[in-house]
Design a protein around this ligand. Structure first.
Ligand SMILES: Nc1ncnc2c1ncn2[C@@H]1O[C@H](COP(=O)(O)OP(=O)(O)O)[C@@H](O)[C@H]1O
Ligand SMILES: [Mg+2]
Length: 387
């Protein structure tokens, strides 16, 4: 058997699964890793390893066992020190060990963006005690958003409108943070008009972009995304300019999901993922090459052509409403028959470990964005998780 490259995928969720499919189509061998057997990406990979990505010894052992051409993180929570060590030994970490380290810590990436690169961000302060939180909120003003520096999917994050709630927000952040650093970022609440993800590809040929993706978040997770989202040319240019600066600083090849808030004429950098972004699942229907295809191409050193948008598109999430060991999916046929747009589904086939867990997405391609959003939401609503 001959493969074009060997990839060790760290994290095997639904985004990893789509990436594996893209990489397999280009002839790669993929070993998918995650903390439990049967994870979505493992279902389509050549092999798998089960261990916690935060376990440095097991991570190193898997890298040494497989000696991959590319180590591709799918999640943020990884023992990134090991990635830095193996990169120094000659392994290729995607997009770079530095990118994984900087983006795992909100304070690290904020320093790069706001201080080193001088990008416009929300006002912020870091805090390691309640007193520092109070001082931070003085600096940002109220409302403010408090987030653990190490967390994702909105975990431990709260918006504080009244100073008497700052203590509760600090306690909540400390109770829900990852890692052992009791540190939060206190951010000015940006009353944005809308927020976007700018998928940015850094390849051998340079930096390129997908049309901006609009999205709506609830409880720290995205609920729906759409592409393109109407945006003034000057605002797109400003976002692209900031995204280019950040990805060039982080280095390496791959696709990045760069998040911005837009308020009036102003474009404010928020954060980024050095890998495909969940809101970017809309590209599974909207573009000739999905964000996963683009990530694979950039990593493998293959040409990254200009993206062709098939039309206005949207994705809407299918959520479980409770934790359960035993459940079934129902309603796929009705969902796929939703009129008004081309409809598709991605069903994740993974355990329901918590309420509101994302179990699938509905995708729609329509005449215009409003129709695509409406049809995607309707289709998502037809898929039921039954217990
Ligand atoms: N400073 C802020 N002002 C207003 N909304 C915010 C702010 N920070 C975060 N949010 C909202 O919370 C969502 C999740 O925050 P984010 O910083 O992206 O964390 P995560 O790493 O969990 O995605 C954002 O997409 C946005 O909707
Ligand atoms: Mg985010």
């Amino acid at each position: 058997m001959a493969f074009t490259a060997k990839i060790l995928l760290l994290g095997s969720g639904e985004l990893g699964r789509e990436f594996v499919i893209s990489a397999k189509r280009l002839g790669c061998q993929v070993i998918a890793c995650d903390a439990y057997e049967g994870a979505p990406a493992m279902q389509v990979a050549d092999g798998f390893e089960v261990f916690s990505m935060l376990d440095g010894e097991r991570l190193r052992a898997a890298i040494e066992k497989h000696r991959p051409d590319f180590i591709v993180p799918e999640v943020e929570a990884i023992r990134t020190e090991v990635l830095a060590e193996v990169e120094a030994e000659g392994f290729c970490v995607v997009p770079s060990a530095r990118a994984t380290q900087m983006t795992m810590n909100r304070d690290a990436i904020r320093e790069v963006a706001a201080v080193e690169l001088g990008l416009r961000t929300s006002r912020y302060r870091y805090a390691e005690s309640l007193d520092e939180v109070l001082a931070g909120a003085e600096h940002t003003g109220l409302p403010c958003v408090i987030k653990p520096v190490m967390s994702s999917s909105g975990k431990g994050q709260s918006t504080v409108r009244d100073a008497t709630d700052l203590e509760k927000a600090w306690d909540y952040a400390v109770a829900n943070m990852r890692g052992d650093r009791k540190r939060v970022i206190v951010e000015e609440f940006v009353a944005f008009d809308y927020e976007i993800t700018l998928l940015t590809i850094r390849s051998r040929e340079g930096v390129s972009f997908c049309p901006p993706i609009g999205h709506r978040q609830e409880r720290g997770d995205y609920q729906e995304s759409w592409q393109p989202t109407p945006m003034a040319p000057a605002a797109i240019a400003a976002a692209q300019d900031m995204a280019r600066k950040v990805v060039d600083d982080l280095g390496g090849y791959g696709l990045f999901g760069v998040e911005f808030f837009v308020k009036g004429e102003e474009v404010i950098f928020s954060e980024l993922s050095p890998r495909p972004h969940d809101t970017g699942m809309v590209t599974l229907i909207s573009q000739n090459l999905s964000e996963f295809d683009l990530h694979a191409r950039a990593i493998l050193g293959l040409p990254v052509p200009e993206v062709v948008l098939h039309g206005a598109s949207a994705s809407a999430v299918i959520l479980a409403d409770r934790e359960s060991g035993s459940f079934a999916y129902e309603g796929q046929a009705e969902a796929l028959a939703t009129p008004g747009a081309q409809v598709d589904l991605r069903i994740f086939a993974k355990p329901v470990t918590r309420p509101y867990r994302r179990m699938g997405v509905a995708l729609a391609l329509a005449e215009d964005t409003d129709t695509a959003r409406r049809v995607a939401a309707e289709a998502a609503g037809k898929v039921r998780i039954v217990y």
